[in-house]
Design a protein around this ligand. Structure first.
Ligand code: NAD
Length: 350
């Protein structure tokens, strides 16, 4: 490894970073174990093409660190980990490759527990499971919790209501204008829930016809993807990609709050200050998008998975969001700093 790679790994204090390659199946993966202080490092497997090893490494390092914070703030007995498999999921994925990946996860002896993420599915996890027990997010038929996206959407809704109460003194979202950027697995469910809440809803998606079909079904305005961040609204909900809140986009935002599921919404840590200076309340992504991991964590309960218990835990995201926002206000720090402090306190107290 060269100095740059070692520097990157050292920056966030990872416990371990493991590279995996298998010439037979073409598997190229990186597994990042950020922390096992609170328990096994839990986090999904992202399958996507990367332009370089450095890009893939950066992604796994940032995502696995965020998982540590996410699990700690959510009050779970799990640490933070994440893995990336390099390649287009449509072409690179095969049963043999997923089994080879399962062997690599197994070799870590339970330090890392995987699950689905962007580019991987519940069905893929069943294949990984042939080689290792350290896998979660399994299908309901296999005793698992199934697709985590609906739980993630419910958690974002709970975070949004808490943010609304913090800003406007009421958790009632009726009449609030909300923009959902990306109406895929999470954003689509969230938009339906917001429609039931009586929001003045606008949706955007780059995939052909997806936003139009949803808008027709639930009653929403469709906006062009390049207008999503510029559209005047009460709450912007990024549910597509990370890195969208940056030095260029923040000055053009026309919202009072940002509450969405996308991981790593801030391009840089300093963007939290930029949002705060712009008077925009940012509910940190790793606080409000913990519904999926809350749901998955229930698979490890001694009595097995229970949707009822999972939903109670997911609803708790509202209370955690309130604590984070109040703390930020009281201590005059950004909401991201407040949330990280909360996580770090848990990492010390266990
Ligand atoms: P998804 O792929 O199902 O949906 C993403 C949608 O965003 C797609 O419909 C895509 O076409 C659209 N999109 C992509 N770029 C866009 C752009 N520039 N403008 C508008 N739309 C765009 O993914 P998902 O599972 O719904 O996850 C969404 C985000 O939430 C991701 O960042 C993911 O990491 C994060 N997240 C998901 C979960 C979960 O349970 N699925 C949990 C935590 C965090």
């Amino acid at each position: 490894m060269d100095i740059d790679v070692l520097e990157r790994i050292g920056r966030f204090g990872h416990e371990g970073v493991y590279t995996v390659s298998d010439t037979v199946t073409g598997l190229q993966a990186i597994i990042g174990v950020h922390s096992t202080t609170l328990g096994p490092a839990l986090g999904g497997t992202r399958i996507r093409p990367y332009s370089s090893f450095a890009d893939a490494l950066e992604d796994v390092l940032r995502l696995s660190r965020a998982m540590t914070y996410k699990a700690a703030v959510a009050g779970l007995q799990f640490g933070g980990g994440k893995a990336v498999i390099v390649g287009d999921p449509l072409t690179v994925k095969s049963e043999a490759l997923l089994e080879a990946y399962g062997k690599a996860v197994d070799a870590l002896g339970g330090k890392y527990v995987t699950a689905e993420d962007v580019g991987s599915t519940v069905a893929d996890m069943s294949v990984v499971r042939r080689q290792t027990p350290y896998v979660s997010g399994l299908s309901v038929e296999e005793g698992g919790s199934g697709d985590p996206s609906p739980a993630t959407a419910r958690g974002v809704l709970a975070g949004m209501k808490a943010t609304s109460a913090h800003i406007w003194g009421t958790s009632d979202l009726a009449g609030r204008r909300v923009v959902v950027q990306g109406v895929g697995k999470v954003g689509g469910v969230l938009a339906s829930l917001l429609s039931e809440e009586g929001c003045d809803l606008a949706v955007a998606d780059v995939a052909d016809g997806v936003a139009e079909e949803l808008a027709e079904r639930i009653g929403a305005t469709v906006i062009a993807p390049d207008q999503a961040l510029l559209y005047p609204c009460d709450i912007l909900s990024p549910c597509a990609l990370g890195g969208i809140l940056n030095a260029r986009s923040i000055p053009t935002l026309e919202c009072a709050a940002v509450v969405g599921s996308a991981n790593n919404q801030l391009a840089e840590d300093s963007d939290a200050d930029r949002l705060s200076r712009a008077g925009i309340v940012y509910a940190p992504d790793f606080v409000v998008n913990a519904g999926g991991i809350d749901n998955i964590a229930e698979e490890f309960h001694a009595d097995g998975y229970s949707e009822e218990r999972a939903l109670v835990r997911v609803a708790g995201i509202g209370g955690v969001t309130t604590r984070v926002l109040e703390r930020a206000r009281e201590q005059s720090v950004t909401t991201v700093s407040a949330a990280r402090r909360l996580a770090e306190e848990r990492l010390v107290s266990g």
